[in-house]
Design a protein around this ligand. Sequence first.
Ligand code: GLY
Length: 353
Amino acid sequence: MREAVEVKASRSYPVRIEKGLLDQAGELIRERTDAKRACIVTGEHVVKLYGERLQRSLEQTGFQVLRFIHHSGEQHKTLETYGELLGLLARSGMTRSDLLVSLGGGVTGDLTGFAAATWQRGVDFVQIPTSLLAMVDSSVGGKTAVNLPEGKNLVGSFWQPILVLCDPALLGSLPIEELRCGSAEEFKCGVLRDEGLFDALSKNPALASSEDVIRRCVQIKRDLVEEDEFDRGSRRLLNLGHSFGHAVEVCSGYEILHGQAVAIGMAMIARAAAEKGICAPETAEKICAGIRALSLPTETEIPGETLLKALLRDKKRSGDTMNLIVPETIGSCRVEKVPVEELGDWLRLGGAR
Ligand code: GLY
């Protein structure tokens, strides 16, 4: 078995990345817990693909297994679904020494993590991400949350898993659009910290679902989480492309997928950074060309005025300023504190119509 990426945060845990891990999940989880019961939390689509295999593996290593199956989609990452999950845990007599296991993408992981953080003031949980985006981003680092009607991820906590199992073989069932969304987050890691990764993905987008690229992205995320677990400093760099991207995502009514919106957001901030003299024009051009090579968009038809209104409601805003993440060179970015009255200008320089 290949060496795990170790995350040393408020709780230390391994992230294992290897094909075939799903069927070894029971043994690998057993090494890290004495729990008697394990509640698999999964979505209605993923359960059909992988639910039985995970349940079998857990039962073979002595876990009593229960399942919570939620409706798929971000619109179901709600307090209501969270309450239903807690209700099941209560009725099933789950104790503080039992375990939750998330099997799914970011929605499932965030929901499971938040339930684990709060059920009886905190129980262990394991992340088994099934989407590329969840493998390289949301399953690592302990951000957990559910949405409110007023906005995404408004209720949550930092709660680290005890183990993350990334099985790239599971990506075989992922729609191409979802794979591309994951590759947007990988590309972001390249722009943030690794020119070699940036070049490799720009030249060969097929590498996005390879073990080596997933591992490198997890290492980059691990480094940022270890530097700043609670998101007050350098971890905020992971928001590259997310401020403008979030506005695009919201204004499209979530028709534009998260990874596509992040790609547009990265292209916009790169163009604006070049106009402001923060990076060279060639850097912005390379970023936009790389995004296009991954078959991701670099522009939006949504008017700048509309984007601005959404941007002003973003929870990343603090008072009269907003922290935008800007590229300086490929592999190096910084936080730029921008007064809110200048955001319209940044959007315009980024190419908003
Ligand atoms: N997804 C951004 C973070 O974990 O900080």
